[in-house]
Write a protein that binds this ligand. Structure first.
Ligand code: IPE
Ligand code: IPE
Ligand code: MG
Length: 246
């Protein structure tokens, strides 16, 4: 067995679940059919992540910018998140998983917010995988909010501006209680971040696949993880430094 095979699975995997619309279009279906099929992919990948020993799985489900889609599609996505939470919560509990949410959920209809709170409360005691759903989320929204909060504390004399470090910033983000992602996966082939976890992915390994999200299989998820396990993460150092410290 090579050394590479011994590298651990990523503790935190973040996924930009893209390509639902193109998946549907290729099949002559409505975009909403792609989103619906996307929920089945969420189910299998969440289960696989849990079995593989991943500790955190962050799923980009709806961005701040996605509010600008046609109202009909936004409504379909809002209905779908409630449906998915209803259907998937018992399985999360059975897998000892915990559900959390990051994003500006005040923009969601009250009913969907309540559904979310119920699912979070029902899974709060899970000690296995933490599934973090990013909904109505964007990194710039989150970083701006953090700046506002830090500035408020500085103005109130609770924080000395000279003592602000990158850790202070991390602690004011919606992701404060999670480690940074080790592996970022994007399906649908586009090579961009689309306002997702810009601060947190500073040193994430990136894996982009052309596969549309509804077709993303457990096998491909495992190969993304195997690929991650073969990479050398240098964090700015040299390869020699990394290998000497082993
Ligand atoms: C991702 O699929 C899901 C959301 C953004 C809500 P898309 O709906 O963006 O699918 P494509 O990129 O148009 O194929
Ligand atoms: C990113 O996908 C957001 C989600 C997957 C939820 P988009 O389809 O919205 O990204 P862009 O607009 O193509 O960059
Ligand atoms: Mg897209």
């Amino acid at each position: 067995m090579s050394d590479n095979a011994l590298k651990p699975v990523p503790a935190h995997v973040a996924i930009i679940m893209d390509g639902n619309g193109r998946w549907a279009k290729a099949k002559g279906l409505e975009r909403s059919a792609g989103h619906f099929e996307g929920v089945n992919a969420v189910h299998r990948i969440t289960e696989a992540a849990s079995h593989l020993g991943v500790k955190y799985l962050t799923l980009y489900a709806f961005s701040t910018e996605n509010w600008n889609r046609p109202q009909e599609e936004v409504d379909a996505l809002l209905n779908l998140i409630s449906f998915a939470l209803e259907r998937e919560t018992p399985g999360l509990i059975a897998n000892n998983a915990r559900l959390e949410i990051i994003g500006d959920i005040d923009r969601m209809p009250e009913e969907a917010q309540q559904r979310l709170r119920r699912s979070m409360a029902a899974t709060a005691h899970g000690t296995g995988l933490t599934v973090v759903v990013a909904f109505s989320y964007s990194s710039r929204w989150e970083i701006t909010r953090a700046c506002r909060e830090i500035a408020r504390k500085a103005a109130a004399g609770e924080i000395d501006p000279e003592t602000i470090t990158d850790e202070t910033v991390s602690q004011h983000l919606a992701t404060a209680s999670y480690p940074d992602p080790d592996l970022l996966i994007r399906t649908g082939g586009d090579m961009r971040l689309s306002n997702f976890l810009l601060w947190q992915v500073a040193y994430a390994e990136i894996f982009v696949t052309d596969t549309y999200w509804p077709d993303f299989s457990v096998d491909e998820f495992k190969s993304a993880i195997d690929n991650f396990r073969c990479r050398e993460r240098r964090f700015g150092r040299t390869s020699e430094q990394i290998n000497h410290s082993l």
